[in-house]
Design a protein around this ligand. Structure first.
Ligand code: FMN
Length: 274
């Protein structure tokens, strides 16, 4: 009579047969590995789904912090939601420079609009390397205590060397003087292209002018290694060791400040219509 260990398991119950099978057997090893993969992927998927609203809230909060920062109102420990109430969001039709009430500015998704075939146009001449341009974008107005326009905060984006840089440019009430430029999403190399986030480089943008003749002339703002013919008022020194990212920033700023970007709106700002 065979001893118990070498007995062939003839039980009809498959679970019993599986449990009794040798742990070194192929079937048991593969089954356990597959089971582990299944459980792990379920846990990861459940975590991703459960955390998505939190991630979206944090991304929205980060964008608000950046808008507050580029407008120069950020201080450590402030109540972000409360400070953000100072800003007046509007959905802008780029081609006309007019606000539209077709969309809720608190819900309008600029990035989704840029990918939506009905809300965007393909770009043949595409200096910012963005592929398609949304017809509508969300802009933010900041007014002083008397209700007069203080700054406009405009979204800008374009390709650097490795990534698309998303940011905001703050323009003074004259529609021509830059108050600040700040990127909230980019993946350039730390220490090189990512120096676009360096406060010392960001400070170079303050008080630079977009166009000559108080806004009535040519677009002259330039990021380069030497000043443009129009002079230093229109010049931001390129990042050293990051010429390609700097060129990307030059391209995207000049694109968004051009007639194809915010110029129709900035004309209205300069005319005092906003
Ligand atoms: C690993 C690696 C990462 C780089 N990252 C960047 C970058 O993020 N932005 C950039 O403009 N140049 C980057 N460069 C450098 C470019 O290849 C190029 O040399 C540089 O833009 C030239 O700038 P310069 O003329 O100021 O030296 C990187 C180079 C290496 C090797």
């Amino acid at each position: 009579m065979p001893d118990q260990d070498t007995q062939i398991n003839t039980s009809k119950n498959p679970i019993r047969r599986f449990l009794d099978a040798s742990p070194d057997g192929t079937a048991k090893t593969v089954t356990v590995a597959l089971g582990l993969c299944l459980v792990a992927s379920m846990v990861v998927s459940a975590a991703a789904v459960a955390l998505r609203p939190l991630q979206e809230r944090n991304a929205a909060l980060d964008k608000q912090v950046n808008i507050i920062q580029v407008a120069g109102l950020y201080e450590q420990g402030i109540d972000v939601a409360k400070s953000f109430e100072a800003f007046e969001p509007h959905v802008l039709e780029l081609s006309t420079g007019e606000f539209t009430d077709q969309f809720d500015p608190y819900k309008f998704d600029d990035r989704a609009a840029a990918d939506d075939l009905t809300l965007s146009i393909p770009l043949q001449d595409d200096p910012a390397s963005i592929g398609r341009q949304a017809k509508y974008v969300t802009v933010y107005l900041l007014r002083d205590a008397d209700g007069a326009l203080d700054k406009v905060i405009l979204p800008v984006y374009g390709y650097g060397l490795w990534s698309t840089l998303y940011g905001f440019i703050a323009i003074e009430e004259d529609g021509n003087t830059i108050y600040g430029l700040q990127f909230y999403d980019q993946a350039e190399t730390p220490g090189l292209g990512a120096e676009v986030d360096n406060p010392r480089w960001k400070a170079l943008w303050r008080d630079k002018k977009l166009r000559t003749e108080d806004g009535a002339g040519e677009l002259a703002i330039t990021v380069a290694k030497s000043p443009p013919p129009e002079g230093r008022d229109y010049y931001v020194d390129a990042l050293s060791g990051a010429t390609l990212t700097s060129r990307g920033v030059d391209n995207l700023v000049r694109f968004w400040m051009s007639e194809r970007g915010f110029e129709p709106f900035l004309k209205r700002v300069r005319a005092g219509d906003i």
